[in-house]
Structure formats: structure tokens, C-alpha cells
Design a protein around this ligand. Sequence first.
Ligand code: 5AD
Ligand code: SF4
Length: 441
Amino acid sequence: MNVYDATRMADLLGREGYTETGDEADADLVILNTCHIREKAAEKIYSELGKLALEKRAREAEGRDMKIVVAGCVAQAEGEEVLKRQRAVDLVVGPQSYHRLPELLKQAKQGRRLTDTEFDVEDKFESLPQPSRAQIRARGVSAFVTVQEGCDKFCSFCVVPYTRGAEVSRPVPDIVAETRRLVDAGVREITLIGQNVNAYRGPDDDGREWSLARLLAHLAGMEGIDRLRYTTSHPVDMAQDLIDAHASLEKLMPYVHLPVQSGSDRVLKAMNRKHKAADYLDIVRRLRKARPDVAMSSDFIVGFPGETDADFEATMALVREVGFASSFSFKYSPRPGTPGAERTDQIDEEIKRVRLAALQALLEEQRQAFNSATVGRTVDVLFEKPGRHEGQIAGKTPYMQAVHVSGPADMIGGVAPVAIVAAGSNSLAGRLLGKGEEAKA
Ligand code: 5AD
Ligand code: SF4
């Protein structure tokens, strides 16, 4: 979501005459697009800002200016606090206010320090300009499209409902138009994104609400799209029509990121997740029935307040039962303002550390096993960029695995069958199939 938001801010500021630079020392404007999900992520911002403040001062000594903007969820959650804590910051802007950046920057140039963290009724997306064909091309063949923002679930550990606000779905025609533009400029893979993407309920032209499955089916009919994905989903919203879409839509990739957080019903209840471990296992079973090769991915939290050894073991058991292709796992981080942070039975840091290490060892073993199982198979790869070595190109399998092969650069942007010959720790090595070989594979 933050990557997508950053590109939209760049599109918007491009219209104001700004161009992107990879070099901080060259920038007249630095925007930190921030994450507030865990304490570590939020704290990183202040250390980054400290460095930028020094840069800004050095610049001012030379008579040049550098504006510093804090955007994203830290901006939303801390607001004015950011301006107080770091004097060098000019502007604090929450995720719902990006479309006002040009106006806010004008005011900042007049020396005002401002905060804008309003939740708007006005449609942010439609006031953000679309990227040019050249910008789309420069960003590659795989692109995100936001279809939904915000969250009404209020998991007791999570700040998202507070920083991103209530669930809002974008209208179908807007999503179709944005997707068409991307595809016309050469994008081949679209990932529909939202904090709760499978809770999507957007209106069509007649005001009828579409589910995510219906939206995916419609986009699958668009010529030029090779691959569709969606992320992130909640188990409670994993409707049967979405599961069925994995059987009926060839373009829908067999990879589902479905966070479970914990394998213990007691902890799931305390987390306010509204599903049990068995519900999750049942979804996985139905997904695999629809699409036997579907790869599962998840998020996990260890050390939620009150988590016992038995609760943690239940998480390990769930992991063993499912077998994940990839995953993200975290130590619980108490977030101010969330119910979890109020609890008096917080878990000791050392216990969290030990549990996380055990979980990550198991998840890593599963990831490696999944990758090794691809060796000897032939899979379609969407080539995205040149490889690290001369004469190589790199891309992704349907299961999100990185692959590199020897091949010509003009294959970038296309899908081709690849025989997987070896699995490294972070990517697979493959061989492009010659003419005639494809049929054998
Ligand atoms: N502590 C640790 N991890 C968290 N996540 C969300 N909030 C917290 C928290 N307070 C994790 C969840 C979520 C992912 C995006 O971040 O696993 O799915
Ligand atoms: Fe946070 Fe996801 Fe729970 Fe919403 S569903 S509160 S975004 S963890």
C-alpha cells in the first residue's frame, strides 16, 4: 500500500514540476512515507529524520532549501507531535490527504509548518492524477491498483483502523479505467490491493455492489492482462465465490496471502480475529480443492498478551498442518490506543524472541522445501527485469518465486515456460525451453 501511495504522490508532484531522484543529497523535497504498524517501524522515522535534519541545515548554510514531509500512518497517528519532536519537518500529511500536497507545499514554501490528517469525504483517488505512459513503463510490468482502503475489523493489536479509517471500496469503473491505462502502457500483472481486499464491495455504474471475485472475473476478461493477484485478505471475508475464482480464472495466480496471526483459538479470540484455527484450515482445504497447486502465505504474531507455551504450540501445529510457501512473522508490539496495549499480561521480550526464532526456523524450512519442490518442474515465468549477470533476465513464477535464466532482454514483459533447474536461498535458477520442448514439458 505504501509503495502504491508513494507512486501516486510522485505522479501528483510530477504535474507540479518535480521529478524523482534516487539521490537524497540532490532533493529539494524529501517525503518519508511512513508505517506505524509496529513500534520499530515508527521509531525508524525519527532516526531518519535526524539524519535529514543535518542535511537540511548543511543545505541552508549554502543558501539552498530542502523541504521535509512526513506522510503515511506515523503522520496520521502522531500529527503535530512530529513537528514538535523534529523541528526540521515542514509538513505532516496523513494517507487521506495526499491530493492536497501541492497546496500544502505552497504554504510550506512560505515558511509555514503544517499538519493535515483529515479523513475526507471527497474522493482522494479521483483527485490524484494518473501516471503517464512513460512513468508506467519505467515502473515495470507488474503494478498495484488500490481497490479498497481502511479496515473495520479492529483486531486488538492493530493500529490500521485508526490510521487508515473505515473500510471504503472504490467504484468498479474507476478501477477498470486505472487498470486499462496500466495495461495499455505495457503492464502484464495487476495486484489488487487493500488493507482488507477481500472485503471489497464496490459499486458499478448501476450502483450494484460487486464482490472481489466478480471484479477479478471482469478484469480477467481484459485483453493484455496475463496475471491477477490480490492482497491482503482476512479469513472472515474469504467468500466461496472468491475461492471458486481460483478454479475458474486461469489468470488468477495460485498464491494467496491470508494472515492467520495465531493457531490458538484462545489467542485468536483475544485478538478479536472472529475466526478459529479450524476455520482457517477449512479455507485452506477449500482453496486447495479449487486449485490444488495454490501456495499459501501468512502473517504471524508471537507473544500476544497472555500467550502461553500451549498457545504458541498451537501456532506451530497450524503451520505444520498448512505448509506455507512464504510468510511474515513478528513479535507482538504494543501499540498505544489499541486494546492489546492496555493488557497487564504482556509477554516477556525474551520469551517473544525465543518463540519467534522457533517459528521462523519452521517457516524458513517450509519455504525452502516449497522452493526445492519446484526443481525439475516447468513453470510459467513473467519476466520483469534484467538479471544480475550479463545475459540474464529475471522474473516470477505464479507462486511469487524469483527466477533467473539466460535469455534475451526482449523477453522482458512476456510470460514463457521455464524448466527450473536449481533452488538457491532466495531465487530459483531456470532454463528457457526451446521450440518443441514446451510440448514435452
Ligand atoms: N505487533 C506485531 N505485529 C503486528 N501486525 C499488526 N499489528 C502488529 C503489532 N501490534 C502484523 C500483523 C499484520 C501485519 C501487517 O503486521 O501480522 O497482519
Ligand atoms: Fe489490522 Fe488486518 Fe486486523 Fe484490520 S484485519 S485490524 S488491518 S490486522
